[in-house]
Each structure stands twice: as C-alpha cells, then as structure tokens.
Ligand binder design. Structure first.
Ligand code: PMV
Length: 325
C-alpha cells in the first residue's frame, strides 16, 4: 500500500525501565509503567521509494548515521516479515527535541512501526506490534497505547512476553504531567550506552533490579486506589534509584544539571505548601512533574519563575498511536 501515515505520542515512565536483559532483542531488564502524553508526538509516513535504496528524513533533513542504522534495522525487519523486498521512503516530523531525554524515540519508533506495518501489509494485533516497536526503542513499545500503560520486563523476560498493554484506568484523566525542559541540545550519552555501562559495572544495579518489582506492584496498587500521593512518591523513588545506578559505574556519570536539582527542590517545597506534585527524570536533564490535573496551570506559572528553564509544557493523558486515512 502506498503512502501510509501514522502518528504516535510520546510517553514518560512513572516507574522506569533501566537495563536490557538481552540487547539484540531490546528485552527490558525491568517492567515499567508510563503515561502517554497529549502534547508531544511524531508523525511518520512511509511510501515506495523511487530510487534503488531506502530514503529517511526528519523535517526533510537526512538523519544521522546512528539513527539511520536503527531505522534501517526496523525496515529490514518488516521486509523479512512480509517477504516483500521493496525500498521505502520514510518522512518524519515531530514536536519534541530529539535525543535529549524527552522520549522522542518512543513516539518515533511507535509511529514508524504502525506506518511500516500498514505499508508492508503486515496484519498484527497491538501486542505483537508493541514487541516490534520495542526492538527500535524500549519505551516505544508503550507509545502504541493511550493513558497509563504497563510494559512487561524482567531479568528473565522472553521475546514473547516483552510487550506493553494499556491499564484502562480512568485515573489517567485525573493527573497532569508538566514537562520542564532544563537545557537545550542533545544529551551527552545515549540511554542504551548508559544502561549498558550500568549493567556492566554499577555496584548499585543489583539493588535497583531487586527492588524494582515491589515499586512496580505498589505503583499499580496506587493507580487502582486512585492515590496520586502514593504513585508520586513511588515515581520519585524509581527515578532516583535509576539515576543512583549511574553513580555506581566505574566512571560515574549523571544527567542532572543545576536547573534539574533546583526544580526537584522546588517540587518538594511546593509539596510542603499542599500541592500534590512529584518529579521524575529520564536519560537527560529535564524534569517531568506529576500533579493533579486541576493544579497544572497554577503549577506551571510557579515553575516558570525558576532560572534556567527553556520551556514548560503542561500535558494530560494522550491517545494511542493511530493511522491517518
Ligand atoms: O526507550 P529507551 O530504550 O531509549 O529507554 C528509555 C529509558 C528511560 O526513559 C530512562 C526509562 C523508561 O522507562 O522510559
């Protein structure tokens, strides 16, 4: 089929996955829990290439070698699956900073998976597509679904078990997530590289893995009980435990900058003043603040007074990935 276009929204992990139990298949060494966001997305179209090779672009610009290799691997996977050897032209655009810790690869590979599946006539259910999206980026497996999403993972997870599914909780509508950009430009080290260094040498990684199932189960219970305070506290533990593993690497590293720390401190101050708000960070310096949906606008104004913040975006729960007619 020619010209297949899909949109997928980014998601932010409330309980993080960190580390791969198998790198080639991108199997996550822990499960994870995320919220798909309404404001950030990637839109990707796939059509037959008129040249004798694949063509990839973002906003009409060629993509760098590393991204190109990852996208090419995804296209090859669909060629093998469908038995069709055709070349493709892939054009993508998004409204999220790339490679900076704002989950651009989550929406990117989810949109790409959906558009390629339609283009190559691969008729699979969402759980199977989630496994394929995971091969491009672990977090992309979650971006196929709306609202709160659970991704299965663990040190002994198999390829068949490693997919995401929606939690179907109306609690997703009660929460907001403010994305606070604390720097501009790309992160110094990719999440895959940092994860690999962590699992190879961090003296804290075993403790992270051992504690993770409890965090995830308790977070799922908090959602069932519609308890933002419980969920938010577990979210802070999850992100700080993930970032702590980086301090335990042979040559330690960190993603936080002074604005990250100031924002985290301010979240705690606001909590003392009675706001239910909680922070999380991914593989980058940006802070994402979970709050009650009704408080998002007020809190955004408060955060805008902090120095060093380049952009603030109040988000709500967003939709699953979809195809355009
Ligand atoms: O999607 P990946 O494989 O680049 O890894 C993302 C890792 C974190 O954002 C730090 C955590 C997560 O669960 O999304």
């Amino acid at each position: 089929m020619n010209n297949c276009t899909a949109t997928a929204h980014t998601n932010i992990a409330l309980i993080k996955y960190w580390g791969k139990s198998e790198e080639l298949e991108n199997l996550p060494a822990t499960g994870s829990l995320s919220l798909t966001l309404d404001k950030f997305w990637t839109k990707t179209s796939v059509q037959a290439s008129e040249s004798e090779s694949d063509e990839f672009s973002i906003f009409g610009q060629k993509i760098d070698d590393n991204a190109r290799q990852r996208v090419a691997g995804h296209v090859d996977y669909f060629r093998r699956l469908s038995g069709k050897n055709a070349y493709v032209k892939i054009e993508s655009r998004n409204n999220v900073q790339i490679a900076s810790g704002l989950a651009s690869s989550a929406s990117g590979f989810a949109a790409l998976t959906l558009a390629l599946a339609q283009h190559f006539g691969v008729d699979l259910g969402l759980a199977e597509l989630s496994k394929i999206a995971r091969r491009g980026s672990g977090s992309a497996a979650r971006s196929l679904f709306e609202g709160l999403v659970l991704m299965h993972g663990g040190p002994h997870i198999t390829e068949e078990q490693a997919f995401a599914e929606p939690i179907h909780s109306s609690f997703a509508k009660d929460v907001g997530l403010i994305v606070i950009e604390c720097a501009q430009g790309k992160k110094p080290i990719s999440s895959t590289r940092a994860m690999n260094l962590t699992s190879q040498s961090s003296i804290f990684y075993k403790a992270f893995l051992d504690n993770h199932p409890k965090l995830l189960n308790n977070a799922l219970s908090s959602i069932k009980n519609r308890d933002i305070n419980g969920l938010g506290r577990l979210m802070e533990q999850s992100t700080l435990q993930m970032h702590a593993t980086l301090f335990g690497i042979e040559t330690p590293l960190w993603y936080m900058n002074p604005t990250t720390i100031a924002t985290m401190n301010y979240v705690r101050e606001l909590r003392k003043k009675g706001y239910n708000c909680f922070f999380t960070m991914d593989a980058g310096p940006h802070v994402k603040v979970l709050c009650e949906a009704k408080d998002a606008t007020t809190l955004c104004k408060k955060f805008s007074s902090l120095d060093g913040i380049s952009k603030l975006t109040p988000c709500r729960a967003g939709p699953g990935a979809y195809l355009h007619e």
